[in-house]
Design a binder for this molecule. Structure first.
Ligand code: ZN
Length: 295
């Protein structure tokens, strides 16, 4: 009996020792294994992060490109508003965009996720920049909608606006502007009430807005002369023409070929003398051109 129970104790102890050993080895192995997995996972995450950072940089460049285009859109907006005498959007409003400053709600400092060797990224600044340009784009969208509404409401009036050059860019040079200049005949300073475009004889001259021909005749120092009434107080004048292609009373549209450049009347060389009158007063034609004239 006694021998048997001692034997039992030895067996129990032995079994326990074996189980403990197996348990320890298993534990050690598992720990080692999960550590290796952890390192792999970490490497994976770090390379993912590098790719994401690179993508963010690319996006940032695209945003800068977009910002450049935005400036063009804004200056175009200002130009149109000037032309159609619409009030300008104040620059302060553009600085904030519409809907106030929404930045700073989320403090998203994600830089702790960046792998080593990757430069600092200001995610907040990045987000705010995006928000800002998003608001600015919205503002411009609304502005252009407002402009379109204003123009379509009064389309006839804008069709009457002498908004283009009377000669083609490639065929003429603006030789004399609006204002004081030395008169080539009397050699004295004299006010020049329009634009002189130097061009070869025969170069086409175009009506700069819709209207009705008020005069088409030989008229003193102007030589071959055309006058167009555009309504709304606008009149344009075309002088020293070689040929006139429209008659008095004729209805014409903007861009229509009305005559050709010459040197009739009091003129030293082939050129077009062009005037824009508003409410019976000469004005600077340069204030009306909406097309770009490149000399
Ligand atoms: Zn002139």
């Amino acid at each position: 009996m006694r021998q048997f129970s001692i034997g039992n104790l030895v067996i129990y102890s032995f079994v326990f020792l074996i189980l403990f050993a197996i348990g320890s080895i298993a534990l050690l192995f598992t720990d080692n294994y999960s550590h290796q997995q952890y390192v792999e996972k970490l490497n994976q995450l770090q390379s993912d992060n590098s790719r994401l950072v690179e993508k963010i940089h690319n996006q940032s460049e695209k945003i800068d490109h977009f910002v450049g285009r935005m400036d063009t859109i804004i200056s175009q907006d200002k130009h149109i508003r000037d032309l159609i005498r619409m009030p300008q959007i104040h620059d302060d409003i553009r600085k904030v965009g519409v809907g106030g400053n929404t930045g700073g709600e989320e403090e998203s400092d994600l830089n702790y996720l960046l792998p080593e060797g990757i430069e600092f990224i200001d995610f907040d600044k990045f987000n705010k920049k995006l928000d800002f340009y998003n608001r600015l784009a919205n503002l411009e969208f609304m502005s252009y909608r407002e402009i379109t509404k204003t123009i379509t409401k009064d389309l006839n009036r804008y069709r009457s606006f002498p908004a283009i050059h009377p000669v083609n860019f490639s065929e003429a040079i603006l030789k004399s502007g609006y204002g004081m200049r030395r008169d080539p005949f009397i050699y004295k300073d004299k006010f020049h009430p329009g634009h002189d475009f130097s061009a070869r004889r025969g170069t086409h001259v175009f009506a700069t807005a819709d209207g009705i021909v008020r005069e088409s005749k030989v008229y003193g120092t102007f030589g071959n002369y055309i006058e167009i009434d555009h309504g709304y107080g606008y009149i344009t004048i075309y002088g020293h023409l070689d040929k006139r292609k429209v008659r008095k009373g004729e209805k014409i549209i903007r861009g229509q070929y009305i005559g050709s450049v010459g040197s009739t009347g009091r003129s030293t060389a082939s050129h077009l003398h062009y005037e824009v009158h508003h409410q019976n007063e000469d004005t600077n034609p340069g204030d009306f051109y909406f097309d770009d004239y490149v000399n």
